[in-house]
Design a protein around this ligand. Structure first.
Ligand code: ZN
Length: 137
C-alpha cells in the first residue's frame, strides 16, 4: 500500500527531527499534502496508526493540511488556486496548460510535542543522551 510507505517515511523524518530532544509525548504531526501528491487522506490516517506503533510517535494524531493546486496564469497575471486536479485551466479566463506552482507538497510542517522538562522519567535508550547542546547559536 502506497500510503503505508509514506506513513513510515513521515515517521522516520519526524523521529529524526526530534532527535536530541526530551520528548515526553508527541501529540500530533502536521503534514502538508498537496492535491497532486496522489495521497489519499483516509488510507494515510489508517496507516498512521500502524506506522507509529512502537515508535516515539505512538498515539500521536496526524493532522493533514491539504494544499490546493495553485497555478500561475500569464494572461491574468495572477496565481490561482484550483478546486480540483481534473482541469488545469485558469478558472478566470480558461487558458489551459498553466504553470503549476503548488500541489506536490509532502512535508512535515510542525510537530506538537510535550517536552520532558523533568529528568526523573527519562528513558531514552539511544545511548546518546549525555550530550548537552550549547545554548544559543
Ligand atoms: Zn487566467
Amino acid at each position: 500500500m502506497h500510503e503505508l510507505s509514506i506513513a513510515y517515511s513521515v515517521v522516520s523524518s519526524a523521529t529524526e527531527a526530534l532527535a536530541g530532544r526530551k520528548v515526553a509525548k508527541v501529540d500530533s504531526v502536521l503534514l502538508r499534502v498537496g492535491a497532486l501528491s496522489g495521497i489519499m487522506e483516509d488510507p494515510l490516517q489508517f496507516c498512521w496508526g500502524l506506522a507509529t506503533e512502537g515508535t516515539l510517535l505512538a498515539g500521536s494524531g496526524l493532522v493533514i493540511e491539504r494544499v490546493p493546486v495553485t497555478i500561475r496564469c500569464r494572461p491574468c497575471g495572477q496565481d490561482v488556486a484550483l478546486d480540483g486536479v481534473q482541469s488545469f485551466r485558469c478558472p478566470r479566463c480558461g487558458t489551459p496548460g498553466l504553470e503549476v506552482l503548488k500541489g506536490r507538497e509532502l512535508e512535515i510542517v510542525s510537530l506538537e510535542i510535550e517536552e520532558d522538562g523533568d529528568d526523573a522519567h527519562s528513558g531514552v535508550a539511544t545511548g546518546d543522551s549525555e550530550k548537552e547542546r550549547p545554548a544559543g547559536g
